[in-house]
Design a protein around this ligand. Structure first.
Ligand code: BF8
Length: 655
């Protein structure tokens, strides 16, 4: 990374404008807090143990060392005797447990809603994808016969809820994975039994004085992560598609320029689309629209932030205000009348900043409140009333909007909504939907491989810089990129998610396929729970044939170059455990124990056919991914195809 790029806060000019305005307004942002407070060097490398009251114990490697003598190692222990390996492994898997819990609790809420919609009907919700519901009924062994859609929905909801409390056996979606992968999981003792069970067992094992062998601790981390990827997250994605519709390609816009001076601006922020879906409907309600116009506004302008944004864009074309590090910047525009939040990735600083701009911060989840915010508790049985309540508050706030406003011009077009079903259809067509053309183009070398680039922003690296540099490098080298979460938004802001980007940024082979199919070289698959769509897509590639018989045989790789959240670590772990080589940037949380790090970076390949890697430089990280893809191509015997030479006229004349 060039020195100038290292020192910038964002590569997005629109964000920089708002960062500058915040400084003028005397508002402190996450960028400023990151600069003022360096990370704790002991906690950062996983060498701080705070799981009991004899600590916190600090067991860092001696300064400047990356290895130690056996004698030094014997002494490097916490008060209870815990080694640096045990401490690093415990810290690592506890992050996985929290990430798995967050995604899975989201999945549980959707399953509860589906059950309720099937049982009594809930005003404001319906079954939008009956085909998907029937496919899920078959997965869960729910009788279809002559039963009504609602009866089937109630049973699918019940069965999905059973996945959380199951004590033994295997979670249902395990059987969606390639057969060989299922065997690898069984052989390694990591097949999840029940979603909650794996998270609880992980917390038990990492209590003081329980599991004290790092390989064994990491094994439970793998099991909990699989309970998320093939369990809680997959349930969230699948059931949301049933209730709200399976996404199809949708044109949208991203960045703070989507805010409007003459409308009531409401940002919906967080992760669970259950309330946001109803807010979208309520924003079109006559009474609400009239209230807005009576207040002097031209209407209500909804915009999304973080993963709720992705969900609302894919299904309704609602514009995206921005990704994680832009949530404070949205407020700094001074034109956001209300920000309605639910769960996950919401900054506690929002109410404080909102005070400077008369913005109403409204918390809605029974699980999440913020001091200084207004709480309007959401319950799906009164969803429309609550949605109207928050919109009325926004309209009222609009009448008090201050004068310190500035809407940056920046906004970019993007196409989102590439669900597995859409890719299947676009590649194969309605009557022969399949991944065959994708596999064929990988085999013939036009597409070198596929990369999943996902995850967050991190205030310790320049906003969006690492995502965009990595993705550009990958597509330049003919790697098709699948994206979710804040990473997808970073690429969208850089103009990589429109079909024209193929000709501008992709290598010749990838560009030719994208142009033939009419897709961008970088596909937006949704929110972070939708990383389960990438697992389904990878499995479909295996099942279509010609690229081996397991996900680990595919020329694919994963990355989360600017990750910060525990959820991202969980996603990375289930990618790896599903057979996908995965590179993280920003920081790596186990370097305080060389043994633990070595096991994750090398030992895991022997167990799961894939491993973790860390590389902060986006170009070097992309190179690691491309090298891995080439290694897999070679093993499949298709590396020659890439070496084909395109003849120019002079060469043709030689023939
Ligand atoms: O779940 S990518 S910062 S918004 S954790 Fe959060 Fe990370 Fe963004 Fe969505 Ni995912």
């Amino acid at each position: 990374m060039a020195e100038t790029e290292k020192n910038i806060k964002s590569i997005d000019p629109t964000s920089l404008e708002m960062i500058e305005k915040a400084a003028c307004d005397g508002v402190s942002l996450s960028f400023d807090r990151a600069a003022a407070m360096k990370p704790c060097p002991i906690g950062e490398v996983g060498s701080c143990c705070k799981i009991c009251s004899m600590g916190p114990c600090r067991v860092p490697l001696p300064k400047g060392k990356t290895s130690e003598t056996p004698e030094e190692k014997r002494k490097r222990r916490g008060v209870c005797g815990a080694t640096a390996e045990t401490i690093a492994a415990r810290n690592f898997v506890r992050m996985i447990a929290a990430g798995a819990a967050a995604h899975s609790d989201h999945g549980r809420a959707v399953a509860e809603l589906l059950k309720a919609v099937g049982e009594d009907g809930v005003i404001g919700y319906e079954i939008r994808d009956e085909q998907k519901l029937l496919a899920l009924a078959m997965d869960f062994g729910v009788e279809i016969g002559e039963r009504s859609i609602k009866e089937i929905a109630a049973d699918v909801g019940r069965k999905a809820l059973e996945e959380f409390g199951r004590h033994s056996g295997e979670i249902t979606f395990v059987k969606r994975a390639p057969r060989k992968r299922q065997e690898i999981w069984r052989k390694n003792g990591v097949t999840p039994r029940g979603i909650d069970r794996e998270i609880v067992e992980l917390m038990h094992r990492t209590h003081a004085g329980v599991d004290m062998e790092y390989h064994h601790i990491l094994q439970q981390g793998v099991r909990a992560s699989l309970a998320d990827g093939w369990g809680g997250s997959m349930i969230a994605t699948e059931l949301q598609d049933v209730l709200f519709g399976t996404p199809t390609p949708t044109l949208g816009q991203i960045n703070l320029g989507v805010l409007k001076e003459d409308e009531v601006n409401v940002i919906i922020h967080g992760h669970e689309p259950i309330l946001a879906e109803v807010i979208v409907a309520a924003a079109h309600d006559r009474e609400i629209v009239k209230l807005a116009t009576d207040a002097g506004a031209k209407g209500i302008n909804l915009a999304g932030q973080c993963c709720t944004a992705n969900e609302m864009l894919m299904r309704h074309g609602i514009p995206l205000a921005g990704n994680y590090l832009q949530q404070e910047l949205s407020l700094v525009t001074g034109v956001v009348d209300a920000m309605v939040v639910d769960v996950q990735c919401i900054m506690e600083s929002l109410p404080d900043i909102a005070q400077c701009y008369q913005t109403k911060i409204i918390t809605t989840s029974p699980k999440a409140q913020i001091a200084g915010a207004t709480h309007v508790e959401f319950d799906e049985h009164h969803a429309m009333e609550r949605a109207k309540d928050v919109l009325k508050m926004a309209i009222e706030a609009y009448t008090r909007r201050g004068k310190n406003i500035m809407i940056p011009k920046g906004k970019t077009d993007l196409v989102a909504g590439f669900s597995h079903e859409t890719i299947n259809y676009m590649m194969g067509g309605l009557f022969r939907a399949s991944y065959r053309p994708l596999n064929d183009n990988i085999i013939n070398g036009r597409i070198r491989g596929v990369a999943g680039v996902v995850g967050c922003n991190n205030a310790r690296v320049p906003h969006n810089q690492v995502h965009v540099a990595m993705v550009k490098e990958l597509i330049k080298n003919d790697v098709l990129v699948l994206q979710t979460g804040c990473s997808a938004m970073a690429s969208a802001m850089a103009g990589l998610m429109v079909p024209e980007a193929a000709r501008l940024y992709a290598g010749e082979g990838l560009a030719s396929v994208c142009e033939a199919v009419g897709i961008p070289p970088v596909l937006h698959l949704g929110s972070c729970v939708d990383n389960s769509r990438i697992l389904v897509a990878a499995t479909a590639m295996v099942k279509d044939g010609g690229l081996g018989d397991d996900i680990s045989d595919l020329p694919v790789a994963g990355a989360a170059p600017e990750w910060f959240s525990e959820k991202a670590l969980t996603i990375g772990q289930y990618f790896v455990a599903s057979g996908v080589f995965t590179v993280f940037g920003a920081t790596w949380p186990t370097t305080g124990s060389p043994e633990v790090t070595e096991h994750l970076f090398a030992g895991f390949e022997k167990l799961y056919g894939a491993m973790w890697a860390f590389e902060a430089d986006p170009i070097k990280a992309a190179k690691l991914m491309i090298d891995h893809i080439d290694k897999k191509r070679h093993a499949l015997g298709i590396s020659k195809a890439r070496e084909r030479v395109l003849f120019d006229m002079a060469m043709r004349r030689e023939l």
